[in-house]
Design a protein around this ligand. Structure first.
Ligand code: SAH
Ligand code: SF4
Ligand code: F3S
Length: 451
């Protein structure tokens, strides 16, 4: 049997796209392998959001060149956002690359692979599809043995934040019909899924611009009514589209986890304007206050960009101040880098790299301290954990997540997988927590805590 090797970079969209790639390749007789050396087909599903993404992909592909030299029949392909951005030019730049497929062309992969196999002809497909075709091809998968699943509810982005490549490589926003989303979630629940994460570049604008469609808050209420689904998460939220109706869902819907990823990007109004974000620091804070009012134990995480063109020390201090006021449980911090074709790439940028790096380090220090305090506060507390599977730590350990999306490892029997159980947190680390199960989650059989 022919084998393929696939590496995935980037966000949840690419994770879901990669699942689709796997399914499509299996249909044409390929089996997945985790060894590039053994593979007949090597694919990279790429992300272009970071600095020098193109060069990094080329560097990464270089690792496979000796394999191609030794076995010319090996097929090498690049998909995802870098592929979308580079198109046919990538074939010119990388002589040993066979295929390039963009973000709207995953469904064409089987045909493209067959073409390379048959004619030894290199090919590419990076055209954007129309709305109807995209809706027809929306990623969906209900055959699963996992407890948690991503469900794509919308694709693309219309926001054009001035620094961001995503709208250029993913195309315009389309919302999937709510009837189809619910049908998929019902199937997932029947297959044993207990938690769904609704995903899209900006889920808060779900349904806007589609006549007769429910709002995102309306969609959440419908998902919450699906029997068998016990937890709901969603990502990513744009603060400008976080409506009061949506915020209030955190107070109303028991199944909605008490965690929200709410990208701030900057705490300075001047920079937010230059970023084309559509909200001020005050607008953002008002939403945070309402969130904390309707759901007092909600934890927020965020994305922040340091060193945007024209950012002054004062602008940066405004960001630090927001971080201290909101007290994020975690933050993903990025040094600004110009992305080709975006509006910000045209802006003058005279802040020296060392100054940006120094700001970045200061931000990290402040945030790390807050994160540490947040997580240490969990130690000793008993928290409901949805058990997702066997832990990578081995030794009879299971793992699951708290409502705040923190991973907890604890000893327990596999029969608990798929259930919400009470776990006392005994230690807190950077990326996970260690716990022990306690009685009181309604399970008559086991009441021991494991050491
Ligand atoms: N749709 C999501 C994710 C966008 S990309 C959202 O709107 O939140 C993820 C993060 O990468 C962004 O939130 C931003 O913080 C960061 N990012 C995007 N473009 C960047 C750039 N040019 N330089 C530095 N960070 C960037
Ligand atoms: Fe990029 Fe802004 Fe769209 Fe997020 S909302 S994907 S940051 S353009
Ligand atoms: Fe990256 Fe594309 Fe996602 S650029 S963040 S993989 S939409």
């Amino acid at each position: 049997m022919k084998q393929f090797y696939l590496e995935t970079f980037g966000c949840q969209m690419n994770v879901v796209d990669s699942e689709r790639i796997v399914a499509l390749l299996e249909e044409i007789g390929y089996r997945q392998t985790d060894s590039a050396e053994q593979a007949d087909l090597i694919l990279l599903n790429t992300c272009s959001v970071r600095d020098k993404a193109e060069r990094k992909v080329i560097g990464h592909l270089g690792r496979f060149k000796p394999l191609k030299d030794a076995r010319p029949e090996l097929i090498i392909g690049v998909g995802g956002c870098v592929a979308q951005q580079e198109g046919a030019a990538f074939l010119d730049r990388i002589p040993y690359l066979d295929l390039v497929f963009g973000t709207h062309n995953i469904h064409r992969l089987p045909e493209m692979v067959a073409k390379v196999e048959r004619d030894r002809q290199r090919c590419h497909a990076v055209d954007f599809l129309d709305r109807e075709t995209r809706l027809r091809l929306f990623p969906k998968r209900s055959d699963t043995d996992s407890v948690t699943r991503f469900v794509t509810v919308m694709q693309g982005c219309d926001n054009f934040c001035s620094y961001c490549i995503v709208p250029h490589v993913r195309g315009r926003e389309v919302s999937r019909p709510s009837g189809e989303i619910l049908a998929e979630i019902r199937e997932l629940a029947a297959a044993g899924v207990r938690e769904v994460t609704l995903i899209g570049q900006n889920v808060n604008s779900y349904g806007l611009g589609t006549e007769g469609e429910v709002s995102f808050a309306g969609l959440l209420r419908q998902v919450a009514a699906v029997e068998g689904i016990e937890r709901i998460r969603f990502t990513t939220s744009h603060p400008k589209d976080l409506s009061d109706e949506l915020i209030d869902c955190f107070g109303e819907l028991d199944k909605l986890c008490h965690h929200l990823q709410l990208p701030l990007q900057s705490g300075s109004d001047r920079i937010l304007r230059r970023m084309n974000r559509g909200y001020s620091a005050d607008d953002y804070l008002r939403r945070v206050e309402r969130l904390k009012k309707v759901c007092p134990d909600i934890r927020l995480t965020t994305d922040i960009i340091v060193g945007f063109p024209g950012e002054t020390e004062e602008d940066f201090r405004a960001t630090l101040e927001m971080v201290e006021r909101v007290r994020y449980a975690d933050a993903y911090t990025f040094l600004y880098s110009p992305r080709p074709g975006t509006a910000a790439a045209e802006l003058e940028d005279d802040t020296p790299a060392e100054v940006k790096q120094e700001r970045f380090d200061r931000l990290l220090e402040v945030q790390n301290a807050i994160s540490e305090q947040t997580w240490q506060a969990d130690v000793g507390r008993v928290l409901p954990v949805l058990v997702e599977g066997r832990s990578r730590q081995g030794r009879g350990q299971l793992f699951g997540r708290t409502t705040w999306n923190r991973i907890v490892n604890f000893a327990g029997d596999e029969s608990l997988i798929g259930r919400i159980v009470d776990v006392r947190v005994v230690r807190s680390f950077r990326n996970s927590q260690l716990g022990e199960r306690v009685a009181g989650d309604g399970d008559a059989g086991a009441s021991v805590s494991f050491g």
